[in-house]
Design a protein around this ligand. Structure first.
Ligand SMILES: C[S@@+](CC[C@H](N)C(=O)[O-])C[C@H]1O[C@@H](n2cnc3c(N)ncnc32)[C@H](O)[C@@H]1O
Length: 256
C-alpha cells in the first residue's frame, strides 16, 4: 500500500496504469450518457458552421467519449497507454493517439476540442495555459472549446463519495473518494482514493493513492483562455451537472 501522505504523479497513478483495466467497474460508461447529452446540446446551440469533428485531450478510458462518437468524428488522446487500451476496447474503430495535452501537436484543426476531468491534473497556471494553447492549436477559427474541471476556486467544496461495482468476469471493486483542501487559499487540493479489489475468491486487496488537483479562479481561466486566442461564452443551455463540475465554453477567435 502506498504512503498515505505522498502525492502520486499522474503518469504513475495506479488508477491510470496498473488499475486501468478496472476503470469501467469504478465508473460505468452508462453513467456518462446524460452528461454527454448536455455537451452535445451546448455544441448544437453554440456552434457556428460545421461541428462534425471533435478532439478530446485526456480521454481516459473513453467513458464519456463512448456517448459522443455517434454525433462527432472523434479523435481521442491521452497520456496513458493503459487508459487508451480501455478506450479502444470501448470505442472500436475510433482514432486513438497517445500524447500529453500540454505539448501535443497533430497539425490538424477540429471543430470542437474537449478536455473533460483530465484538465484537473494541470497544477499550475503554466501547465494550464499549455493545455489551453494545445486546444487553440487544434481549433479552427470559430471552433468551440469545452473544458470541464471538477471545480474552480469559487465552487470547490470538500466531500466524500463511494462507488464501484461487480464485473461479470469475477472481479469486483469498491472505492472511497475523499476530497479535501490542502491549505486555505491553495491553488490545489487533494483527493485520497482507497480501492478494495476482489478477484474471483473471497480475499481482498486494498490500495491507496493521493491525487493532487489544480484549482483556479474563474478570472484566471478567462485570462488564460483569452491569452490563447479564445473568448469564454455563457452556456447556451442550463447545465444539469452544475453542482458536480464546471462547464467552460469558449470560441476560438476568427482573427488574432
Ligand atoms: C479521470 S481520467 C479521464 C476519464 C475520462 N473523462 C473518461 O470519460 O473516461 C483522467 C485522465 O487524464 C489523463 N491525463 C492526466 N494528465 C494528462 C496530460 N498531461 N495529458 C493527457 N492526459 C492526461 C490520465 O492519463 C487519465 O487517463
Amino acid at each position: 500500500m502506498s504512503d498515505a501522505g505522498a502525492r502520486t504523479p499522474v503518469h504513475e497513478a495506479l488508477m491510470y496504469t496498473d488499475l486501468a483495466s478496472w476503470y469501467h467497474l469504478l465508473t460505468a460508461p452508462s453513467d456518462y450518457a446524460e452528461e454527454a447529452e448536455h455537451l452535445i446540446a451546448v455544441v448544437d446551440r453554440a456552434g457556428e458552421g460545421s461541428t462534425r469533428t471533435l478532439l478530446e485531450l485526456g480521454c481516459g478510458a473513453g467513458t464519456l467519449a463512448s456517448h459522443l462518437t455517434e454525433r462527432f468524428a472523434c479523435t481521442l488522446t491521452d497520456l496513458s497507454s493503459q487508459m487508451l487500451a480501455e478506450s479502444r476496447r470501448l470505442n472500436p474503430g475510433v482514432e486513438h493517439l497517445e500524447g500529453d495535452m500540454r505539448t501535443l501537436r497533430l497539425g490538424r484543426l477540429f471543430d470542437v476540442v474537449l478536455i473533460h476531468d483530465a484538465i484537473d491534473y494541470m497544477l499550475n497556471e503554466r501547465d494550464l495555459e499549455s493545455a489551453l494553447a494545445t486546444i487553440a492549436a487544434h481549433l479552427r477559427p470559430g471552433g468551440l472549446a469545452l473544458v470541464v474541471p471538477d471545480a474552480v476556486s469559487e465552487t470547490f467544496a470538500p466531500g466524500t463519495a463511494t462507488g464501484g461495482t461487480d464485473g461479470d468476469d469475477g472481479r469486483a471493486i469498491r472505492y472511497l473518494e475523499w476530497t479535501h483542501d490542502l491549505a486555505p487559499g491553495a491553488t490545489s487540493y487533494a483527493v485520497d482514493y482507497v480501492f478494495v479489489l476482489r478477484e474471483g475468491d473471497a480475499s481482498a486487496r486494498v490500495e491507496h493513492e493521493r491525487h493532487v488537483i489544480g484549482l483556479f479562479p474563474i478570472a484566471a481561466w478567462e485570462r488564460l483562455l483569452a491569452r490563447c486566442g479564445m473568448d469564454r461564452l455563457e452556456l447556451p443551455v442550463e447545465d444539469p451537472f452544475a453542482a458536480e463540475h464546471v462547464t467552460l465554453l469558449a470560441r476560438r477567435r476568427k482573427a488574432g
